[in-house]
Design a protein around this ligand. Structure first.
Ligand code: ZN
Length: 219
């Protein structure tokens, strides 16, 4: 086992081990940096499960952390299997209708857990006003997470300040606050210097997945 990196508050938190080799996506076959892929393993009940920390024993497959490849993974499960040979090598796998919604729930837990860790390391900027102050002072912001019920005015202001690293996530301010040990939090930011790129990728995927699932099953 690798030793745990010394926590000096300046290093990005990484769920992954130190290795940084690229992996080919089992769906599109493209080589991607690890932080842009998700590792899946076959659970005992034959379901395909996201291995958030890439530490589950046994064989795994990597898939781009993006809707197109994940949708093809789900769609390909019931069809001709030639495009998913890497997945089949795991053994018979179940990828059912709940696969994407379970993944979205897992991503939510993972993201909120990582934000909680950053909060305990005191490297999270909490609240729109401190965030704007930091941005105005020239602090490079790597990620802004905004609750869905944050006012549109605030969301627009933050997007204007930091661009497309501002992501609206499908939870309320009270839920975001709860994850951070506070009452209500509309927005949090991670400085680029302390951001693990994988976190940005996962926040975006969580948001995209929920948007897609929401469209598909209204009410
Ligand atoms: Zn892919």
């Amino acid at each position: 086992m690798e030793s745990v990196a010394k926590d000096n508050g300046n290093e990005p938190i990484s769920n992954d081990s130190v290795r940084t080799s690229d992996r080919a996506c089992s769906v599109c076959r493209t080589e991607k940096p690890r932080e842009e892929t998700l590792r899946f393993v076959r659970a005992d009940d034959a379901r395909l499960l996201w291995d958030a920390r890439r530490r589950a024993p046994g064989r795994g497959v990597s898939v781009c952390a993006s809707l197109p490849c994940l949708n093809k993974l789900v769609g390909g499960a019931g069809k001709a299997k030639s495009s998913l040979q890497g997945v089949q090598a795991l053994g018979p796998c179940t990828i059912d209708d709940t696969f994407l919604s379970r993944l979205a729930a897992q991503l939510q837990d993972d993201v909120l857990g990582q934000l909680g860790l950053l909060q305990r390391r005191h490297v999270l900027i909490i609240g729109a006003d401190p965030l704007m102050t930091a941005a105005n002072e020239g602090v490079a912001i790597g990620l802004v997470v905004m609750a869905a019920d944050t006012s549109l005015r605030t969301q627009t202001m933050l997007r204007a300040a930091v661009g497309d690293v501002a992501v609206t996530v499908p939870i309320k301010q009270v839920e975001l606050g709860h994850a951070l040990g506070k009452d209500v939090v509309g927005a949090v930011a991670v400085k680029r210097a302390t951001l693990d790129e994988a976190l940005l990728v996962r926040v975006k995927l969580w948001s995209d997945l929920r948007a897609q699932i929401g469209e598909g099953q209204h009410g």
